[in-house]
Every structure is written in structure tokens, then in C-alpha cells.
Design a protein around this ligand. Sequence first.
Ligand SMILES: [Zn+2]
Length: 225
Amino acid sequence: MALLATLATFIFLPIVLATTTSLRQTNRQKDPIAKAFFQVKEILRTHPHPDVRGEFYRMVLRGDFRVSPQEQMGADAGFVPVAAEVIRLYGHKPRAAFTPVIHVDTIILRPEYKARAQLVLYHEYVHYEQWRDGRLVDDPSLGDPNESDFAHLDSCKKKWYAEAEAYHKTCLFGRQSGLVDQLGSDETLATICGAEGSAFHATLRHTLLYDGASAGNCADIWSTI
Ligand SMILES: [Zn+2]
């Protein structure tokens, strides 16, 4: 787990650090990433879910949770724990063995995607809770060459159930808060949250197979779940 998490941090950390640097050195009005960071903070502060505007927002303010906006990242958002030794390599002082980081594509910060951004940030917060509780595996797409077939099967299954839970919670909250009704009919979350029972799982499978980085490694296993 530590090795894979460390590899993941090498992929993502330069972006985190670029954001930090840009915040320090430039005016946020001129820097789209710095501006995006403040937009995300504002969405968290005013979020309709109490845990997001509460614990999540407070952790970001304290620096215990990092938010890293990116342009054209190929997914709306992603959660990754960043190892302390990697944080230290770049001259930052880690507060724990791993720092939770959420990457956000700046496209969802457009005003017309407000409901989508609120739901996506809640979805990633659920992944943080899964990780905090020891229930989130490293992304199987990283492909540990020493991983046995059984471990591979296990990590693909765990990823499936983690996503199923995160989407289930996102859709439940989205329906209760009315956010799902505010989504455009062509948005993926509208399709997933509009499906129930076996249709929900079929839609989720389709989404993970076509949108997820681990699809290539887990496709066979997910098609049997
Ligand atoms: Zn997810």
C-alpha cells in the first residue's frame, strides 16, 4: 500500500506544489488555478452537506486536507493520499503520514455546473472517509507487479464497492437536496442517479469501464460482479 501510494503521490504532487507556489507568487485574479482554488473553497464553505461545509472545509483551512485544481485532467475530480516523505521532498512540513488531496478539474467550476461541482466534491469526500476508515485500496490501475492474482481480484472488487458506495451516497444526498434535479440531462451523474436497482449497477459499471483509469486492469472482474 505504501509503495503504491508513494507512486501515486509522485504523479500528483507536482500539481499540488504548483498550486501552492502559484498562490504565493501571483495575484489570484490573473492565475486561473489560484482563482479556482478560491472558488472550490467557496463551494465547500457554502455546501448544502453539513460534513462538507463543516469538517471538510475546516480541514482545508487548517491545511490538513489539500485541494488541487487542474485544467483538463480528464475526470471531474479524484482523491489521492500523498505520502509524508514526498511532501517533505518538496520542502513542505507534513502533518501526518499521508495528506489527503482532492484534485478538481476547473471545468466543473463554471457557474452552469454548480450542482455537479457540489455533488462531485461530496463524492470525493466520501472517498476520503473510506480511506480514513481503512476501506479504500490503492487504485488498481497503478498495477503493482508483485501483486498476486488474488490480491488483484481483491483490489478490483474493493474499488468497485468503494465506488458503488460513493455513488449511492452521492445520489441519495443529491436527490434529498434537490441537486440531482439541477443537473443537465446529459451529465453522467444525472444518468447514474436516475437509475435504480440493477439499472444503477449497470450504469455504474458502464461509467467505471469508460471513465476510470483502472478500467483496463479490472474490466474482466467488474463484468462478473
Ligand atoms: Zn469515485
